[in-house]
Design a protein around this ligand. Structure first.
Ligand SMILES: Cc1cc2nc3c(=O)[nH]c(=O)nc-3n(C[C@H](O)[C@H](O)[C@H](O)COP(=O)(O)OP(=O)(O)OC[C@H]3O[C@@H](n4cnc5c(N)ncnc54)[C@H](O)[C@@H]3O)c2cc1C
Length: 217
């Protein structure tokens, strides 16, 4: 959390294609809970923005020879030539004390649009590397991040020995490989298992659990 007197900022990056989905309801519930606890909340809705997830040479200044994505990211940070959309999202990321990635689990991971947001916005030279190191020496060191997501499978299926295996195993590549890599301290994820298989009453209770989890962070 910020050490100044200004309200801390939470950036929620949301990735669900349906505004009336449970995942979107979960995101708006979490956003309100964060406001209730004193955060200024910045919501970045990737589908509403029709975010382009593909990291490609066209977003960089013309280059001769082979395209080396991380070298071009470094050069664009140094030259001030980062793509305008990437620069704007990176500035919102750097301004936030807390990052929340909100999504439905797809193929045991992030939806492609959100993975592509990480590919393009966790810029080498801007979040790690260059003037920064990795992990504790990366740009987001001292800040916190958490996952807020839904699944199709039940909590039992994601337990050790369950049909899918331990949830922690699936989250490692996100927690360690993305969030801790750029310096974040990772908080416990907030997960609603199988909202499509619940009664309306259970879904309402699940949203209350999300609210309580966020408020007790
Ligand atoms: C490509 C793909 C890959 C997938 N891979 C996996 C996987 O690897 N592992 C896995 O477990 N699952 C997987 N799934 C399933 C997916 O994770 C779930 O379908 C998803 O997480 C459910 O969340 P949702 O928000 O999309 O649910 P929805 O279907 O949008 O919502 C569930 C129900 O909640 C209702 N609802 C909406 N808003 C509210 C509200 N405010 N209050 C109460 N009820 C509300 C909706 O009307 C609906 O009836 C995959 C799905 C896809 C499309």
């Amino acid at each position: 959390m910020s050490t100044s007197n200004a309200a801390p900022t939470a950036l929620i990056v949301h990735a669900h294609p349906e505004p009336h989905s449970f995942s979107t309801a979960q995101m708006t519930t979490a956003a309100q809970a964060l406001r209730d606890t004193g955060y200024r909340v910045d919501v970045l809705d990737l589908y509403s923005e029709t975010w382009n997830p593909a990291l490609a040479r066209e977003e960089f200044a013309p280059i001769d020879g082979p395209f080396k994505p991380q070298a071009e990211q470094m050069r664009a940070v140094e030259d001030g030539t980062l793509d305008a959309a990437v620069r704007a999202h990176l500035d919102r990321l750097l301004a936030a004390d807390l990052l929340v990635l909100s999504f439905p689990m797809w193929w045991f991971s992030l939806p492609a649009i959100l993975k592509g947001w990480v590919d393009r916005v966790f810029v080498m030279g801007g979040t790690f590397g260059g003037d920064y190191g990795l992990f504790g020496d990366a740009a987001l060191a001292g800040k916190r991040a958490m996952l807020l997501f839904t699944t199709g499978g039940s909590s039992q299926s994601f337990s050790p020995g369950g049909a899918f295996g331990s949830m922690d195993d699936f989250l490692f590549h996100i927690h360690r490989g993305m969030l801790e890599f750029v310096g974040y301290r990772v908080l416990e994820p907030v997960i609603t298992y199988g909202p499509a298989h619940m009664t309306d009453q259970d879904r309402a209770a699940a949203l209350e659990t999300v609210r309580a989890s966020i408020r007790s962070m």
